[in-house]
Design a protein around this ligand. Sequence first.
Ligand SMILES: C[S@@+](CC[C@H](N)C(=O)[O-])C[C@H]1O[C@@H](n2cnc3c(N)ncnc32)[C@H](O)[C@@H]1O
Length: 216
Amino acid sequence: MKRGIRSYVLRQGRTTPSQQRALEQLMPAYGIEYRPALLDTRALFGRTVPLVLEIGSGMGETTARIAADNPGTDFIAVEVHGPGVGSLLKRIDAQGLKNLRIIRYDALEVLEQMIADGSLAGIHLFFPDPWPKKRHHKRRLVQPGFAALAARKLAPAGVLHAATDWPEYAAQMAEAFDAEPLLARAAEARARPSTKFEQRGVKLGHEVRDLVYRRR
Ligand SMILES: C[S@@+](CC[C@H](N)C(=O)[O-])C[C@H]1O[C@@H](n2cnc3c(N)ncnc32)[C@H](O)[C@@H]1O
């Protein structure tokens, strides 16, 4: 994918002292360093089970909950925002989650460089930044190039599960995913715990849409 325009802007934001401590002390245990080389997930988790990658885990409540509820699946969360990474590290530690690791880096680079083609059982993309202003639409993560990249990384029958509370972005996602030959709309709906960003949208009266596709 052509890069240059990022889907995020790193704002300073407030990192609490405990998030900062988590970043310093827990990252070596539960974090994965970004490297432009394929990840050896068997060595990382010590087993070979279905692997799900989450893009933009935010503060990580939903990520940790899904990992706790699915001990037979391994999860990699990718997030750029320091306070969010710190917060998820604390949850991994407090809940003793053995099946969840985090990478603090641009998820597109991680997908391209660290994840083998055809290797993911699932990709979670819950409430990516909607970038509502027209001049910012180019920052949206879901573009045709993203659909192709995600499809390529999924194993056959692997699931791409996206959600948004921004109807016009949902339409853009559906258009991009429908146009990708390797993806087919899944017949079944997929349940998931609600996320922090979603709850904010729902309070504002936004309608939430889930999009679920399977790799052919
Ligand atoms: C609107 S928030 C949603 C967070 C969470 N999924 C939720 O629903 O509460 C989007 C998140 O995606 C992260 N993000 C955006 N672009 C990203 C990228 N290219 N790689 C990794 N994280 C990214 C942002 O830092 C932000 O935390």
